[in-house]
Design a protein around this ligand. Structure first.
Ligand code: MN
Length: 134
């Protein structure tokens, strides 16, 4: 079994997908990919990622709907979901959190901010699991 953190990247934009895949691979993460909300749910039935990066605008099923479903499932609700969004205006974060996301990464994606957001979410998640396991 790999000791790498596994990230599910849900993104339909080719360039964003390539960029995030490169950044995460270079930083030691394992990547699973989906290009729609529907495909993300299918992947989650088979895989157990440590974190999900969710684009908001997706074909078939958008990122907000997919995240609502993920967060309603006992099996998946503890997986942090970070929104990938171009609309990171003031007050926007609260709106995103109210939709069930654990945080967001603004587009255009900055390497440092992406890695920081992922590390913070994984650290928070690990603490929670440690308490449960204790
Ligand atoms: Mn998109």
């Amino acid at each position: 079994m790999s000791d790498k953190f596994k990230v599910l990247l849900v993104e339909d934009n080719y360039m964003n997908k390539v960029l995030v895949r490169e950044i995460l691979t270079l930083n030691g993460y394992e990547i699973i990919e989906a290009k729609s909300g529907t495909e993300a749910l299918k992947k989650l039935a088979m895989e157990r990622p440590d974190l999900i990066l969710m684009d908001l605008h997706l074909p078939e099923m958008d990122g907000i709907t997919a995240t609502r479903i993920i967060k309603s499932e006992e099996r998946n609700k503890s997986i942090p979901v970070l929104a990938l969004t171009a609309s990171a205006m003031k007050g926007e974060e609260d709106k995103i959190i109210s939709k069930g996301f654990d945080g967001y990464v603004a587009k255009p994606i900055e390497v440092r901010k992406l890695l920081e957001a992922i590390q913070i979410s994984l650290a928070a998640r690990k603490t929670g699991e440690g308490e449960k396991a204790g």
